[in-house]
Unconditional design. Structure first.
Length: 202
């Protein structure tokens, strides 16, 4: 039993240690994709068309990450994009979060202790999960599709832990696990309006 405990503790420690290769400084300023390219030392790149996260990034507490233009953002397979601050996505038409290769899905986005986040017109695909921990963002006009059966970040396409997101006009399509999932003994209260759920598995 002790051996199992220490193995679990080691796994958790390694996950925390590797959760971010680059973290913003937490100085209370706005960050964009261009800012991450300029400051991340090659962790986030831009090829003139697409932005690519080559490794994990954390937006620190007090910082705000914004995408307010139409963009395609690609992620390498091991990447976690963690938001401890605030994320605002509100493009004219849409933003795509997708892996570099759909054959190698990425781990996903994780909001932890994030306040005031608002995510609109995002298409989110081929990830392990979109994880919420003590975070209750707004999702509006978003599409979650083809998210995979791996549990490298969490269970469920939208995975809740003490979180109560508002979900408006969103579509959950052909995901390999439950569209929205949270522990039965955990206080979660998602508010869902005018949304579509089809082809998802439990």
């Amino acid at each position: 039993m002790k051996k199992i405990f220490y193995l679990l503790l080691l796994s958790f420690t390694l996950f925390k240690a590797n959760a971010a290769v680059y973290s913003t400084p937490g100085t209370g300023v706005n960050w964009t994709l261009t800012d991450l390219v300029s400051n991340s030392g090659g962790i986030v790149t831009f090829d003139g068309t697409n932005y690519t996260f080559t490794d994990s990034v954390t937006i620190s507490t007090n910082d705000v990450f914004r995408i307010e233009t139409n963009e395609t953002v690609l992620f390498n397979a091991q990447v976690v994009f963690k938001i401890n601050g605030t994320i605002i996505i509100n493009p004219p038409t849409g933003v795509l979060f997708s892996p570099v290769s759909t054959a190698a899905p990425f781990r996903g986005v994780w909001l932890e202790l994030s306040a005031g986040s608002s995510i609109k017109k995002l298409t989110y695909e081929y990830a392990s999960s979109f994880r919420l921990s003590d975070s209750s963002p707004l999702f509006e006009n978003c599409i979650f599709r083809f998210n995979n059966s791996a549990t490298t970040l969490s269970n469920g396409t939208l995975s809740l832990f003490r979180s109560s997101p508002t979900i408006i006009n969103c579509s959950f399509l052909n995901n390999y696990r439950a569209a929205i999932q949270g522990g039965a003994n955990i206080e979660n209260a998602p508010k869902i309006y005018n949304s579509i759920f089809t082809g998802n598995n439990s």
